[in-house]
Design a binder for this molecule. Sequence first.
Ligand SMILES: Nc1nc2c(ncn2[C@@H]2O[C@H](COP(=O)(O)OP(=O)(O)OP(=O)(O)O)[C@@H](O)[C@H]2O)c(=O)[nH]1
Ligand SMILES: [Mg+2]
Length: 216
Amino acid sequence: MHIVQVGMEYDVLKENNRIANSNYRLLKENGIKTIELMGSIGSGKTALIIKLAERLRNKGLNVCAIAGDVTGEDDQRRMEGSGLTAVNCNTGHECHLDANLVKKCLDKIDLDKYDVVFIENVGNLVCPADFPLGADYRVVVISTTEGDDMVRKHHDIFLHSDVAVLNKMDISDAVGVDPDVILGDYRKLTGGLKTMYTCSVKTEKGIDEIISVLGL
Ligand SMILES: Nc1nc2c(ncn2[C@@H]2O[C@H](COP(=O)(O)OP(=O)(O)OP(=O)(O)O)[C@@H](O)[C@H]2O)c(=O)[nH]1
Ligand SMILES: [Mg+2]
């Protein structure tokens, strides 16, 4: 027998949104700007957070991060190794963070101490779209190494995010990908209203523009 559980899905999303709103209020009460990074596996989310945090620390801002992954502490260790305070957040089986998991991480952070919190979602271009976490900005990061069709294949995540970034511009030629195709698809999807920002975390080209668009 096939059972359709439409009501349950609705309740889960509604409850997530309720907790996301409460996370947002808590962060705002503490004067914190929060940036969530979503995107494909290996697109450079951790690398970008580490680079942005480095720049912000140089400006005198206090920054911390929540490192989301299904299992393991690799990203948290990399962040801590770069001098960025980070809380690990394993989902166990789920392919995305949810607002309740983030709430539990926020409980572990001394919010008085920080100006900016980065949240790295699990590498995935599908599931995170439906689960806002309470951040000011939702950023989606893809990279040239994934081919030129990510925007065409994954409309939702690009439509549910505030800022889109195309990373690994330094190796677009080597992987035979024309960044203009991706940028054109994004323009078409967003009706020309939004720009996809290009960067290379490796060479640091484009990082200043990302800092600027996020108002950091
Ligand atoms: N050439 C090049 N390599 C990069 C760039 N950004 C990140 N990388 C490399 O890409 C690999 C993946 O980067 P991560 O930052 O771990 O990617 P991620 O999105 O956090 O990956 P997951 O957390 O596993 O989803 C690492 O080996 C990085 O050093 C870039 O701009 N250029
Ligand atoms: Mg990562």
